[in-house]
Design a protein around this ligand. Structure first.
Ligand code: AHR
Length: 612
């Protein structure tokens, strides 16, 4: 196949071509990227997912009970654990989110306690496998009946634990506890966080996400935003401020969310990875298909307006002042708002009133706001909006979508807010991890998106993250456990990272001696890095395809070819396994005005050559 890339013409590429989509699913937030180490730190619960003691256990002969004391820690956190008076050392022990990674670093902890106790409280990290105390500190406590007191401490292990099978405990002298027992709540422990943010993020996972070079963050759902049924959607105002004022909520994926990772933390995440926020807002649809009727929707629309004022308003506004009062006087700049709302059969209420009510209210106050709709823009264009397109399918079906975006128009851009290969061809069984053939199919799809970049916003794989101890949806792009050394970067991670790190600013016309299929390509240039770029994928079982690529006289005499193949088309990167994706980087020399190489079956590549 000979490709001749025109040095001129073409279309500007989206600056947001690759991004990430996040919701708390698979313990991707609590027990995931949110760095809190204590699972069930505040016994948060609801009618849908009641409070539980699990996974806390007692120390010594401790008798533990959940209590809603007459004086709660806060109206948001009414439930605490009561440790009854006893003999010897008693207390509470927590195994973290299926383990705690213990290293020689400083852990910052805190807890609240109420009840009569004048003595020491020992906070420790211990190894379950060896029984060894890895770090310990004593806190002098003067706790009183009827008053909640907060204590802070730090723990500094003297050596790294051999594995993540470690626990955290608080221990007291059982004889010193008054007859009503001692109540603990909001028991928290953080390792050093990304950029040392208080209440921050797990650094290793943030580095992995940075490796995707993401340009946007779509959050906080997905289904997690919508909630299972009324009234359990995501309430932005209950995710802000001190942790003791965040009640948490029953996430729709089967576990309670602490909401420690809240609205402010999402925006800080955007700041830290330099991502454009795409804020999904609740718009009157629950997962059980309960829909807020038109006559009742106005307060929900107003709630979104309040949320937007909290994010963007000056400190002279009510909600801008609220933002300042929780520590963030500087507003954020939000340009994109969206939601997934394709669950209603025929989208009838969405198309007839829900979208319009939100669109009208938001654009009246923020005329430049880009609203991302959930409709098919070709059949139901709603104002000058962007469409949010989602697809979960098998490899040949996704390859068929290569041309899907050719019919888009610049007036109605498309965000591919969720995509993934979820099954093998001719199978309904969910893959546990992405496969290489699936990742090559994703490469074909992404090339189709990039070819139409002037009509597209960008694309984000979903779901992004899974804690392998709590999987509600597979496959996921990144799988992890407590031990950072065990994080699995899927075949799709490697493919996306390569494509995302090599961006076009302009997509250029290409003349070819062959049509698309089984090889697919897109070419362009990056005016910032000063490079011509070709991205290609070969989705075929037969032998390699010889390519010559001519970027024109303005390209350097050499080019860098980064070629991704795998040990097997069905290869998967799995927990404890080695990386099955083979990356070959070679320097090509221009001959007769072109760069030549063979493209193996089931491969993806990026070719770059400096503009001279
Ligand atoms: O990504 C998993 C789920 O798929 C999301 O919650 C939802 O938006 C979609 O249907």
């Amino acid at each position: 196949i000979s490709l001749s890339v025109s040095p001129t013409g073409g279309n500007a590429s989206s600056p947001y071509q690759y991004g990430i989509m996040f919701e708390d699913i698979n313990h991707s937030g609590d027990g995931g990227v949110y760095a809190e180490l204590i699972q069930n730190r505040a016994f948060q619960g609801s009618t849908l997912i009641p409070s539980t003691l699990s996974p806390w256990v007692g120390i010594g002969n401790a008798s533990l009970a959940l209590q809603n004391t007459s004086i709660p820690l806060s109206s948001s956190l009414p439930t605490s654990v009561n440790v009854a008076a006893g003999t010897g050392v008693v207390g509470i022990r927590n195994p973290g989110f299926w383990g705690i990674d213990v290293k020689v670093q400083t852990y910052q902890g805190s807890f609240w306690v109420m009840g009569s106790y004048n003595g020491t409280i020992t906070a420790s990290l211990e190894s379950t496998s060896s029984g060894e105390v890895l770090a310990s500190t004593t806190i002098k406590a003067h706790s009183k009946t009827g008053t909640w007191s907060e204590y802070h401490f730090s723990l500094v292990p003297t050596k790294d634990a051999p594995d993540s099978s470690n626990t955290f405990s608080l221990a007291v002298d059982g004889k010193g506890i008054g007859s009503a027992g001692l109540n603990f709540n909001l028991i928290s422990l953080f390792p050093p966080t990304y950029k040392n943010r208080p209440n921050g993020m797990r650094p290793d996972l943030m580095e992995v996400l940075k490796g995707l070079n993401p340009s946007f963050l779509r959050m906080p759902g997905g289904n997690n935003l919508e909630g299972r049924y009324p009234p359990y959607h995501w309430f932005w105002n209950l995710t802000i401020g001190p942790l003791k004022d965040r009640p948490g909520r029953p996430g729709p994926w089967g576990y309670a969310n602490t909401d420690g990772l809240g609205l402010v933390e999402y925006f800080q995440w955007c700041d830290d990875l330099e991502m454009e926020p795409i804020l999904a807002v609740f718009d009157g649809l629950y997962l059980n298909r309960t829909i807020i009727p038109e006559a009742d929707l106005a307060p929900y629309v107003q709630d979104t307006m309040n949320e937007l004022e909290f994010i963007m308003g000056s400190t002279d506004t009510v909600y801008g002042a609220l933002r300042a009062s929780v520590g963030y006087p500087k507003p954020w700049n939000l340009k994109y708002i969206g939601n997934e709302d394709n669950l209603e059969n025929g989208l009838s209420s969405y198309n007839s009133y829900r979208f319009a009510m939100y669109y009208d209210a938001i654009t009246a106050k923020y005329p430049d706001m880009n609203i991302i709709s959930s409709t098919d823009v070709l059949s139901t264009p709603l104002g000058n909006t962007t469409e949010d397109y989602h697809i979960y399918t098998n490899p040949p079906a996704l390859v068929q979508e290569f041309n899907y975006f050719d019919q888009r128009t610049a007036a109605h851009k498309t965000l591919v807010g969720e995509y993934a290969i979820t099954t093998a061809a001719n199978s309904t069984a969910r893959l546990k991890y992405p496969t290489w053939i699936g990742s090559v199919a994703e490469a074909v799809f992404l090339i189709g998106i990039e070819r139409n970049s002037e009509h597209m916003f960008g694309a984000s794989y979903a779901p992004l993250l899974e804690n392998l101890n709590s999987v509600q949806w597979s496959p996921d792009m990144i799988s992890f456990v407590a031990d950072p050394a065990k994080t699995v970067l899927s075949t799709s991670y490697h493919l996306t990272s390569l494509f995302s790190k090599t961006r076009f600013t302009t997509v250029l016309p290409v003349n070819s001696t062959a049509g698309f299929g089984p090889c697919y390509w897109v070419a362009g240039l990056n005016s910032d890095s000063g490079e011509y770029i070709l991205k290609a994928a070969n989705y075929a079982s037969n032998s390699s395809v010889p390519f010559t690529v001519n970027f024109g006289a303005g390209s350097d005499s050499t080019a860098t070819l980064t070629l991704l193949t795998a040990t097997d088309i069905n290869a998967q990167n799995v927990l404890g396994g080695t990386n099955q994706v083979i990356t070959n980087v070679t320097t090509l020399v221009k001959t007769s005005g072109a760069f030549s190489f063979d493209m193996p079956s089931y491969s993806a590549l990026v070719l770059t050559s400096k503009i001279v």
